[in-house]
Design a protein around this ligand. Structure first.
Ligand code: SAM
Length: 274
């Protein structure tokens, strides 16, 4: 029988954030594939777990994936962990997970800490719809495209950023964001955890003195409250009356309603001759 690949989330700072299930799986598997074996060893030692480790990081992902798949095919159970948080989220994992699925190997997520989710939920910014962009690309052209996406997004945006690059990123954002809210979440789950809910100019001034791991949560662009949106929320009869009161004749009203609602005018016409 083939083994199972467990994707195990580990703490992002506070060791109490490991789950009971994660600890059990780490104790039960045959092997742990770790982004940095020294880092994972510290975690395992803390919880008195002794297990063989194999390194699995960005620069050996392809080769190591093949080795891990072979072991899974041979029936070994493997836990995949990253240095902190959820594997695959701006951390290695994708490659072996995709290959395991292709080979019909059981892939089981073991939930736990993920920095972006925790930054978002305590930010105070809309959580209903959001986009996670991870780290902004360094390539100039793709970076400009991402900044444009941020400018136009009506959904909340989440960005990871390295502390030494934050100043430059804030500067770029300040040029496109205008009045939108922005929250900087820092050192989540650690002693110096902090949420800075100020405007971007304040953040740019303060950033020189900030250390540690950081995330930005940016409010989406305000939805354009255009007249079509309002009209389309009316009933068809109310929509009709709106134009009638402006003096339009029946033919023009039907044309206008069809345009607002992006439907064929015959469809509207049929509704009014019934
Ligand atoms: N896999 C991780 C997760 O589940 O969130 C993310 C790993 S990614 C390489 C590291 C980035 O995540 C950091 O640069 C920072 O933006 C964010 N991050 C991780 N831990 C954090 C923490 N405790 N507080 C704030 N941001 C954190």
């Amino acid at each position: 029988m083939k083994g199972t690949l467990y994707i195990v989330a580990t703490p992002i700072g506070n060791l109490e954030d490991i789950t009971l299930r994660a600890l059990r799986i780490l104790k039960e598997v045959d092997l742990i594939a770790a982004e940095d074996t020294r880092q994972t060893l510290k975690l395992l030692n803390h919880f008195e777990i002794s297990k063989p480790l194999i390194s699995y990081h960005r620069h050996n992902e392809e080769v190591k994936s093949e080795i891990l798949i072979q072991k899974l095919e041979n029936g070994e159970n493997i836990a995949l962990v990253s240095d902190a948080g959820t594997p695959g989220i701006c951390d290695p994992g994708e490659d072996v997970i995709k290959k395991a699925i292709e080979e019909g190997i059981n892939v089981v997520p073991i939930p736990g800490a993920c920095a972006m989710v925790n930054a978002l939920i305590a930010s105070g910014i809309d959580t209903k719809e959001f986009i996670f962009l991870g780290f902004l690309p360094l390539n100039k052209k793709t970076r400009i495209e991402k900044l444009r996406e941020i400018k136009e997004s009506e959904k909340t945006i989440i960005i990871y950023e390295a502390p030494h690059k934050m100043k430059n990123t804030l500067k770029e954002l300040s040029e496109i964001l205008q009045e939108r809210k922005i929250v900087l979440a820092r050192e989540l789950t650690k002693i110096h955890e902090e949420f800075i809910r100020e405007d971007i100019n304040f953040l740019m001034e303060k950033i020189e003195n900030l250390k540690g791991e950081m995330i930005l949560i940016i409010e989406g662009k305000k939805k354009e409250n255009n007249i079509e949106n309002e009209l389309n929320n009316l009933s068809l009869e109310e929509h009709y009356k709106y134009y009638e009161e402006q003096g339009f004749d029946k033919k023009d009203i039907i044309k206008k309603i069809a345009k607002d609602r992006n439907v064929n005018k015959n469809e509207i016409y049929m509704k009014f001759i019934k």
